[in-house]
Design a protein around this ligand. Structure first.
Ligand SMILES: C[S@@+](CC[C@H](N)C(=O)[O-])C[C@H]1O[C@@H](n2cnc3c(N)ncnc32)[C@H](O)[C@@H]1O
Length: 279
């Protein structure tokens, strides 16, 4: 089943969904506040980078730079870190937050399908929850391979089919007619173009050594409003971010009752990363 076009539409992504970090922040807030994992996601990802001093790093689709903002004190000395994103608004936010740090950060608006860097430029390349937005995944992976040094590593994080299932079920109540993607997703007829299930196959076409690591977490949500904020922020809403007031009020009431009865709404997470070695 193909992904919704809007999910990979460059114009929508850079000028609407990711014009700035507001939508992403609504989603990250739910994860930050209600995760059960002890280690926060950005710290867990950073651990897998295993950065050494004097490393040249490229992040593609960096968003507002949270990976680096949350791990500033742990960055080894003399690393050169280049942050790129399709959205100039995201790059500007990352730059504002990081430009005065002690580390050598560089910032550039760039599409992963056409990276503006010479061959063999980086020791580590990162693509954290962004490859499913890329229309030509094969081109993106070729570009990553090209700019990586021969012994370089590629870290690619994404979600699996079961990610946030209970949340999408709530989404269906908000957009009962409008959202055939959600119905397909919940019926397992829809999958990410780059997900935990198919990622190994896609990556081994380019990188001979690929290992998958899963992040062990779920959400125990004790407030209704962050769930609604999350759903209104998504591409699954198809640009129709605000449903009619009546379904919103009904869903809000139902969520509040469920929380009062059960103590929390439990939401499955299915997320992780691939660690790829170039040669
Ligand atoms: C889900 S956000 C993840 C942001 C960040 N990596 C994080 O995990 O906080 C996806 C990001 O990928 C960017 N993006 C989408 N398509 C891209 C492309 N073709 N090239 C580079 N960045 C892209 C978006 O603008 C957005 O900032």
């Amino acid at each position: 089943m193909p992904q919704p076009t809007i999910f990979q539409d460059a114009d929508y992504l850079q000028n609407s969904q990711y014009k700035n970090s507001a939508n992403l922040d609504a989603r990250a807030t739910l994860h930050r506040r209600f995760r059960t994992a002890v280690t926060p996601w950005p710290v867990w990802v950073f651990d897998h980078l295993q950065l050494q001093p004097d490393t040249a790093v490229l992040e593609c689709g960096c968003g507002p730079g949270w990976l680096w903002r949350e791990n500033l004190a742990r960055i080894p000395s003399n690393c050169q870190i280049t942050l790129t994103d399709l959205s100039s608004g995201m790059v500007a936010e990352a730059e504002t937050a990081l430009q005065n740090s002690d580390h050598d950060f560089r910032f550039q608006t760039a599409n992963i399908q056409e990276l503006p860097f010479p061959d063999d430029s980086f020791d580590v390349v990162i693509a954290n929850h962004m490859l499913y937005h890329v229309p030509d995944l094969a081109a993106a992976l070729r570009e990553v391979r090209r700019v990586l040094k021969g012994d370089g590593r590629f870290i690619a994080a994404t979600n699996g089919q079961n990610h946030l299932r209970e949340l999408w079920q709530i989404g269906l109540e908000l957009w009962p007619d409008a959202n055939e993607w959600l119905q397909q997703l919940l019926a397992a007829e829809w999958s990410f173009s780059f997900g935990l299930e198919n990622g190994t196959e896609r990556l081994t076409a380019v990188f001979p050594h690929v290992s998958l690591f899963r992040y062990d977490d779920q959400l125990a949500v004790t407030e209704a409003e962050p769930i609604l904020d999350f759903l209104f922020s998504t591409s699954f809403a198809g640009g129709n971010h605000q449903p009619a007031p009546e379904p919103i009020a009904q869903v809000r009431q139902k969520l509040a009752q469920q929380i009062a009865r059960d103590g929390a709404i439990h939401i499955t997470k299915d997320t992780g990363l691939f660690n790829c070695y170039g040669s």
